[in-house]
Design a protein around this ligand. Structure first.
Ligand SMILES: [Fe+2]
Length: 601
């Protein structure tokens, strides 16, 4: 049985499971080589089929995310790929403002006519979107057409509810042997919901609560724009900025937010519902410094969500585990706080890895193995439980021998040194503050680099941050890098709380005194916290061996790890991307499966 998971539109991605096993998944941007590429994941599907010796006709079912309208017009103008800050401001002023303040009907594609990329979809679909737009009536028809067009025949297409998918994703990635769990899902909006709670056990998952009234995703997004950063993309930079805030000033900002959304008491209670989240807060926040806005927002965000969690935790006394999934679960600072709350109540806590809307494709095909009782909003797993169906995210493009050879040929033509990989020698280079690209195996799905497509360095000296930024990353000055730590050393380098699943960089963690000394370049420079990746043999053997060898050499079993990409580009997929990054940066060398190439140093 061959089943495809599809996300069409702005979080364009696809996955394939064969006989119940997830064999591959990728975001289309990696193949298109355009960050935020939107549309139909043609290239990803082509790759997944070819890799698994399948023809289009071999696909039995296609599961597509979202039952309701998805915003295909935004894909047609390639918003996530092409919008500048000015474009987002124009969107706020010319699109959202008339709708929310003047009650006018506005057509997005008229405002951004020049931005339409017609080849995003087949002509008939483009014409339909320009003429009628996407709505709840035509969305499934349009997307079904796109699927049939790709497969060249009518295939079995099923549309899955957005938040059920977020919840199932947490369920199938959670390694904890729970008996009863609450699963919280939260984001800006998906299928007209944004804050749901599910009760899960061995074989089922039932909706307990749903709402579309949580405004935090929207608020975060609009304040990101207000601070001159890209919405939908750079929200995490506000989180990174928050620790710099002055407490007194940040609490004034927080009070402004509190005038609107108050708290959760069985439902979201607004004191006063804002008309919008950009213009309203632009006025109210005038004169507040950027870091204090970020600090006030993060603090407000944590308080509101913690209140929501606590409400259900108190009422469902028989649970032993709490899970969190969806776009808001990408906030690692919040996750650390939820972890503390769960610890107080004697509960396990798990955050689904990289759980934004791309992650839907990882859960979608598994809906084939559940009975879906839509009346009582409950899904029951058929036969076996779907627990632990996914335990790693190295699901993307395979950097095989052919790719490696291409890079070696390039290196030799550019007079780079080519050596057999000697881990001891590599450790020596790392300790001499050399910065390396690491590229091997299947690329990691999602937002975090997990040592398959990473840039690595010794985090002991803070100066390496400047070197990495000057030579390759150009990261914003306030944003920290992250440490990758060998699993046996996590207790030594971190102050671990309840959360024991730092394999996917899904939660923040405080750092021990030892850790602070040896990882200064990989922790937040101001509050000295971290977003660690624990590296184990079973998750990434090659990376494990590199860190182990570096530890044996230096006494420090940790490396700085950041994603292998240039500013504004997706993470490296194939040899072409890797060569591009080596040519357009001053990175010192690159580690491949069994070779190492060195720029002359
Ligand atoms: Fe979502």
């Amino acid at each position: 049985m061959n089943i495809i998971g599809l996300s069409i539109g702005e979080q364009c991605a696809a996955s394939l499971i064969i006989d119940g096993k997830l064999v591959g998944a990728s975001q289309e941007e990696r193949f298109e080589k355009k960050k935020g590429y939107s549309g139909f994941p043609t290239k990803t599907l082509g790759y997944l089929l070819k890799q698994n010796n399948l023809k289009k006709r071999d696909i039995d079912y296609v599961y597509v995310i979202n039952e309701q309208v998805t915003g295909l017009e935004f894909s047609l103008i390639q918003r996530f790929n092409s919008f500048s800050i000015e474009d987002y401001l124009a969107e706020a002023k010319n699109y959202y403002y008339p709708i929310l303040f003047k009650n006018k009907k506005v057509q997005l594609l008229k405002i951004f006519k020049k931005k339409i990329v017609k080849k995003t979809f087949p002509k008939t679909i483009v014409d339909e979107l320009i003429k009628n737009g996407e709505n709840n009536k035509n969305t499934q028809i349009i997307r079904k057409k796109l699927v049939n067009e790709f497969f060249g025949k009518k295939v079995n297409v099923k549309f899955i509810n957005h938040h059920f998918s977020h919840a199932l994703y947490a369920y199938i990635t959670n390694p904890i042997n729970f008996k009863k769990a609450l699963i919280f899902t939260a984001d800006s909006l998906g299928d007209n919901e944004n804050s749901n709670v599910y009760l899960a056990d061995q074989n089922s998952m039932q909706l307990l609560f749903k709402s579309n009234k949580l405004n935090l995703g929207r608020l975060f997004r609009n304040l990101t724009l207000l601070l001159g950063l890209k919405p939908y993309q750079h929200e995490y930079k506000l989180m990174g900025l928050a620790p710099y805030a002055k407490k007194k000033e940040a609490s004034k900002v927080k009070l402004i937010f509190k005038k609107y959304l108050q708290k959760f008491d069985g439902k979201w209670i607004y004191k006063k519902k804002p008309k919008d989240h950009y213009f309203t807060f632009k006025k109210l926040l005038e004169g507040f410094r950027f870091d204090n806005i970020a600090g006030g927002l993060q603090s407000y965000f944590e308080e509101i969500i913690l209140g929501w969690f606590l409400y259900f935790i108190k009422r469902y006394k028989k649970i032993d585990t709490v899970m969190f999934s969806g776009g808001l679960a990408m906030n690692i600072k919040l996750n650390q706080k939820i972890d503390e709350l769960c610890k107080k109540h004697g509960l396990n806590f798990f955050v689904a890895p990289s759980s934004d809307d791309y992650s839907h494709v990882l859960s979608l095909p598994f809906f084939h193995y559940v009975n879906n009782n839509k009346k009582i909003k409950k899904i029951t797993m058929r036969r076996n439980s779907l627990r632990k169906k996914i335990n790693n995210l190295n699901l993307g493009f395979d950097f095989n021998k052919f790719n490696q050879q291409k890079v070696l040929n390039w290196a030799s033509s550019k007079n780079w040194k080519i050596q057999n990989l000697n881990l001891k020698k590599l450790s020596y280079y790392l300790e001499k503050d050399k910065v390396f690209a690491l590229c091997h195996g299947n690329s990691e799905f999602g937002a975090r680099a997990l040592g398959f497509r990473s840039i690595i360095a010794d985090p002991k000296n803070f100066d390496i941050v400047k070197k990495i930024n000057l030579s390759v990353k150009k990261r914003d000055f306030w944003m920290p890098f992250a440490p990758a730590i060998l699993d046996n050393y996590q207790k030594k380098y971190l102050k671990l709380n309840n959360f024991k699943n730092h394999y996917f960089m899904a939660s923040g963690a405080d750092v021990s005194e030892v850790g602070k000394k040896i990882m200064s370049a990989a922790i937040h420079p101001y509050d000295l916290s971290s977003r660690p990746q624990i590296v184990s043999k079973d998750k990434n053997m090659f990376f494990y061996r590199i860190i182990k060898s570096f530890g044996d050499f230096s006494g420090r079993y940790t490396l700085l790890n950041t994603s292998l990409n240039l500013h504004g580009l997706p993470i490296v997929n194939d040899y072409k991307d890797l060569i591009y990054i080596l040519e357009n940066s001053l990175i010192d060398g690159c580690i491949l499966e069994n070779k190492i190439i060195l720029r002359n140093f």
